[in-house]
Design a protein. Sequence first.
Length: 293
Amino acid sequence: MQLLTLTEAADYLRLKERKLYELVAEAAIPCTKVTGRWLFPRGELDHWLSASLQRPDGLGPAAPMPIVGGSHDPLLDWALRESGSGLATLPEGSEAGLRRFIAGELVAAAIHLHAVSGEEVDANVIAMGTRRNLHDAVLIGFARREQGLVVPVGNPLGLASLAEVVASGARMALRSAGAGAQQLLEALLRRAGLEMERLTVGPACPTGPDIAQAVRAGRADCGLATRAVANAAGLDFVPLAWERFDLVMRQRDYFRPPLQAFLAFLRGAALATRGVELGGYDLACAGEVRFAP
């Protein structure tokens, strides 16, 4: 990731530094503060510019890349390969995927959002109705997934809940901020009356399989991931919650051949069979339109 200083970012955007300070104060531009200095990820600035681009009437946005970004899921990866849709994957987490989708870089984004306040709400549907630049998008159901603690074989620490993870001092591998699994962890902690600061933090992991590898290698005692991830890694699993896992796509792209081929595959018997093999999936909603403007 290339980080620009305030002066460099102002030069890059051809703005005065004072104007850039105003945008920072209004939380209107992507940036981060490190040791008292504002830094600007160049890639995020590019996304910000693309998202605010004005086009003349009749000139639609450029066609997105045939990539499904967002959250990682082993059944989704398999379905994209087997469907013959020609769609690739870019797993970066729910929020990162949404940002790329809104910037026009992805044809679809896989999301499983959660209210970190702890409320049990359908956060995926709420996001579709409240977030900017999703007015022409639809939400397609993929699955309900079982999420829980991935632990070593035999569960040597006897973990049965997040309260026991905190009390035991077990090292918990974490996902990055903005990942759906991290949002879910924060929500579950809130519901249990626990604070994130009380966790003994283990390694940061970009995906569920990376959490499983950290547990297998002994770098972490547990981590939050799906039952399918735990099963594939030969690890034990402590169930905590079921969640919605959905796909966001533009209405115009929904009707195009790549996504139509993929959606047709979701309604077939092969997906159901594979879901049973992997474990931890309810596929009753696969291919269903869950929200449309």
